[in-house]
Design a protein around this ligand. Structure first.
Ligand code: ATP
Ligand code: ATP
Ligand code: CA
Length: 221
């Protein structure tokens, strides 16, 4: 029988990114096994995380003994040591972990990971930089690019679309965006419908191509 539950996630590397990821997954109720080769870090996290193992993730033998092949999902959260990142990713792929996510620091690092067959590359520093740029420049309160050039965002309803039903605003044809949900101050988000009438001060969640989301958010009230 498998030692690790179906929704288990193997996290390699307990730096700032890996430890936050492991802690969050555990809070969300997932079975998490975290691996780091640094003795002090393993000690530090063993109080907070249920399963922390001190091991070298670049060794296939070690990872097999640890049961890495029993996980469906694993994340390699080693950034600065590109060699260790690539080797640890390769070991997980060789052990047939179905979904391997790896953190990359540079585009070149990400390309190597892609070439060896990783399923997802994440660029935390780059993504955070982009995100903060969007939050700084527009009227966006929250912003998430889901895919290349497709995003959802939270913002105050621009004045120009308030006071009449959404179906009368031609938002999709004029701005190429869809209002997903809306909420009144102090209220909760609900689905936006054709008949929804927004008031100044309402918050909206919108979805659309990133450039269209940005130009909509830049539109002056
Ligand atoms: P962050 O920015 O998230 O803090 P980082 O990108 O600077 O991290 P590193 O510090 O290079 O990444 O690595 C993250 C963790 O991975 C470190 O705690 C390190 O000890 C661990 N690590 C590095 N190589 C290995 C390895 N071969 N096996 C297991 N853990 C490793
Ligand atoms: P990241 O993880 O985003 O790549 P980091 O968190 O590792 O960056 P550093 O590399 O320490 O941060 O610093 C980022 C940049 O800030 C570097 O290019 C560095 O040269 C610059 N920097 C550091 N200290 C100063 C300073 N006192 N004045 C101006 N620039 C500075
Ligand atoms: Ca870093």
């Amino acid at each position: 029988a498998s030692r690790h539950s179906e929704d288990g996630v193997l996290v390699i590397g307990l730096g700032r990114f890996g430890s936050t990821l492991a802690e969050t997954l555990q809070e969300l109720g997932h079975h998490v096994v975290a691996v780091d080769s640094n003795h002090d870090l393993v000690q530090r996290w063993s109080g907070k995380l249920t399963h922390v193992v001190e091991a070298d993730a670049t060794s296939e033998e070690v990872m097999r003994q640890l049961g890495a092949h029993e996980f469906r999902q694993a994340v390699v959260a080693i950034g600065t040591g590109i060699e260790a990142s690539v080797l640890a990713t390769g070991v997980l792929l060789d052990l047939s972990v179905a979904e391997v996510w790896s953190k990359a620091i540079t585009r070149e690092h990400g390309r190597i990971l892609e070439r060896i067959g990783v399923n997802h590359v994440v660029y935390p520093e780059r993504d955070a930089g982009e995100r903060v740029a969007h939050l700084l420049t527009g009227r966006l309160i929250d912003f998430l690019e889901l895919d290349d050039n497709y995003a959802i965002a939270k913002l105050r309803a621009p004045r120009g679309i308030c006071g009449r039903a959404l179906e009368k605003t031609a938002l999709r044809s004029r701005y190429g965006i869809t209002i997903v949900g809306a909420k009144k101050p102090g209220g909760e988000f609900t689905h936006a419908e054709a008949g929804t009438v927004l008031d100044v001060g309402d918050l909206v969640v919108i979805a659309g191509r990133t450039d269209r989301v940005e130009s909509f958010a830049a539109e002056i009230g």
